[in-house]
Design a protein. Sequence first.
Length: 434
Amino acid sequence: MRTAIDTPRRVHAAKQLRGTITLPGDKSISHRYALLGAIAEGTTRIRGFASSRDCQSTLECLRDLGVGIERDHDEITIRGCGLNGLREPGASLDAGNSGSTMRMLAGILAGQPFKSRLTGDISLSRRPMKRIIEPLSQMGARIRSAEGWLPPLEIEGGSLRPIHFQPPIASAQVKTAILFAGLMARGETTVSEPVATRNHSEIALGQMGAKIRCANGVISIGGPARLHAVSVSIPGDISSAAFFLAAALMLPDSEIIIRGAGLNSTRTAMLDLLRRMGAPLEITNLETAHGEPVGDIRAAFGPLQGAEIPPEIVPNLIDELPVLAVLGTRTEKGLSFRGAAELRVKESDRLHAVAENLRRMGAKVEEFPDGLFVPGRQTLHGAEIESYGDHRIAMAFAVAGLATEEGVDIRGGECVGISFPEFFETLERVAVRA
């Protein structure tokens, strides 16, 4: 007998999208303030904390390290332990599906005077961790992994030395792991980015009193550091906004307004790309809160030209590429990108997942080792979609389902809870079908 969790999630076709929505707090920023609040001095208060399962994994790991945490809906109170006040965990720390939790927490654990073990679910256990193991080992941590640099990670922390590191592939999580470890090293730790990545860690570290300098792609942090507690509000998650923007641009006569979205310039590459494609987007009520730009986004239906995305901006579009590929079917010239091999080792092989599901919906798509080409002016048809347990695949093809006549059935659709538990309910609220 098929159980509720096995039943595909039905997404019906829609004529248009109409309405105003407020998104859950930004997942990336929530992770960072929770982790830093745990090693700060004093009580950190976070409003608008992300509702995602990934961020809940971060909180559970911190509790297992002796951090006092209270949650009241989307408000979090964290009683900081100071830089050296974490407690050796009595069992493995479970990061669930969250690569962010595993990579960034590893940076903190590298400087702690005890042993710890980081594990994750089946999906996370297939994601290589070499890119954090190498620099953290250079700093003096002793880290063991499964064959192929895979989790679980066994970390024996201790005294760290500063390094100057240039990641071979741009990654905000790798950068963050090194900077967090640098808080506990004696001297200045430096990361030189090959391509600028999201800078939420740098902003949060500055807000909490770290000695951090950023110039021309070089980020330096001085240690050992003393962080002070803060009270912050987390802006709406711009990566979650991407799905609603794409849906509004695909369905005639649509208009959607997204309130209080984070508009950090390292996260708005999708908005810039959509504008170049001809999308009628408008930003209003722009302000800065706790170092992060925040504002409202208005999107309406309009013809899109399509685009060839240059490899140098792919790192800042990595979360949005699946839904951009879906949107590419409705453009004039289609959409193509290369330099995105990173998508092969996310929660799923996202390049394969996007290509396979688009083909199920009757679309043509060309798959490369590091990218896709999706021709434009294609009609999508209803189909059964495989999420592969990947939240961004499930959400991208929910958007695709709106633009069919038949709708779609998404297998494993419950995985959206990893980043956006309220996604389907929010989508239903603004979908117009009459």
